[in-house]
Design a protein around this ligand. Structure first.
Ligand SMILES: [Zn+2]
Length: 390
């Protein structure tokens, strides 16, 4: 029978949980809830980082868990009935430490092909000779704008160095031929410039952090493009379609259209939560997140009224105190910033003092028409092929 089955019980938040998902064609996908090194507290808890093992023609792994978790990952793999040497292909959803963490070890032990977004090699490399005002010029591309404190960053250094030596055998560009006919790739920049979604058997979508269950992923900032444009490959380096909320929403729109016929979302976090599986449809989840950001734009404009305001003042009105403490302080202000950047492009917000991020509303609501476009349904021909539509 197709669908989910619990193979190993673990914690309520998914840590240590192993699920098996059987597709309609009968392929088994093992879902491994690899625990994170840190717990970010109840409100920001991401739960486990999910790795997926597709037992198809060639054993394929999507994402490799957080760094320094190789032993846990390996024992879960054994529990599911496999060993690292069996892995023929690894697909990386994006270059963040909680998703490509054990890639150097797994790559070495398996000799597997490595598939990743064409911008991924630029994200794992170092740029000691580029002096462009990056907050962390000594870090690799993925982390040059990192806002985490030094105490956190020190832990990543060894992993980043090892990661920089990885060779991506199969960089995925818009027209890359997928591994075999069961796979399809969709480039979805926005959460990070190198975000990649993988569709399997037109049924399952592996979304990394582009679509998450029950939480909205953090968009990157257009500001980061200004810092990183010199290191980005191809068209990403000449025109910003990789960073910020606009890029992210454009990717969600793409998913809505291209995943209309898929039924199962296998996300990077929160597949399993509060002791239960989150069963979500990819296109519907993409639509929900687009609507969420529309409402957030509306709320921010309402808060701003016709006075000029800073990031902190807006975030104080937008988020309750518990979401603005510790890490939440940066996260909440970044969230406001990403919406101000979008509305600035649309003409609804103007910078009064760009250096200090003080802005005011212009009185227009162009964002409404923008979101109507983002929520447009797939073309009729596509809809007609959906099961149940005659
Ligand atoms: Zn993540």
């Amino acid at each position: 029978m197709s669908g989910f089955e619990i193979i190993q019980k673990g914690k309520e938040n998914g840590d240590g949980v192993i699920l098996r998902y059987r597709t309609r064609k009968g392929t088994d996908i093992y879902c491994l809830g690899v625990p994170l090194n840190y717990s970010s507290g109840e409100d920001w808890d991401l739960g486990a980082s999910w790795s997926y093992l597709i037992d198809g023609n060639r054993l394929t792994l999507v994402d490799t868990g957080q760094f320094n978790k190789y032993d846990v990952f390996h024992s879960m793999l054994i529990k599911a009935g496999f060993d690292v040497a069996n892995i023929a292909r690894v697909i990386v959803t994006h270059g963040h430490e909680d998703h490509d963490g054990n890639l150097p070890e797994i790559g070495e032990a398996s000799g597997a092909e490595l598939w990743a977004h064409f911008a991924y090699p630029s994200m794992i490399a170092y740029y000691p000779d580029i002096d462009d005002g990056a907050r962390r010029p000594g870090f690799p591309g993925s982390c040059r704008c990192c806002m985490m404190p030094d105490s956190f960053n020190r832990n990543c250094t060894g992993y980043q160095l090892k990661r920089s030596r990885i060779k991506i055998t199969n960089p995925v560009s818009g027209d890359t031929t997928p591994p075999d006919s069961d796979f399809r790739f969709i480039l979805t920049p926005g959460h990070s410039p190198d975000s990649l979604c993988t569709v399997f058997q037109n049924e399952v979508v592996f979304s990394g952090d582009t679509l998450l269950a029950t939480i909205t992923p953090h968009p990157s900032l257009m500001l980061e493009y200004l810092v990183n444009r010199r290191i980005l490959p191809g068209s990403y380096g000449t025109d910003n379609s990789a960073y910020g909320l606009l890029a992210y929403l454009t990717s969600l729109h793409k998913l809505m259209k291209q995943c209309a016929k898929t039924s199962t979302l296998l996300p990077g976090h929160r597949l399993f939560e509060k002791g239960a599986i989150n069963r979500l449809k990819p296109a519907a989840r993409a639509e929900e997140i687009i609507r969420f950001h529309e409402e957030r734009c509306e709320n921010i404009l309402r808060i701003m009224g016709n006075t000029q305001m800073g990031l902190k003042e807006i975030s104080v009105e937008l988020f309750p105190l518990r979401l603005r403490q510790g890490m939440g302080k940066f996260m909440s202000q970044r969230e406001v910033m990403s919406h101000l950047e979008l509305m600035n492009v649309l003409g609804d917000v103007a910078w009064e003092d760009g250096k200090n991020f003080i802005s005011r509303a212009t009185g227009t609501d162009n964002y409404r028409a923008f979101f109507v476009k983002m929520l447009e349904m797939p073309p009729v021909s596509d809809m007609a092929q959906r099961p149940g539509n005659k």
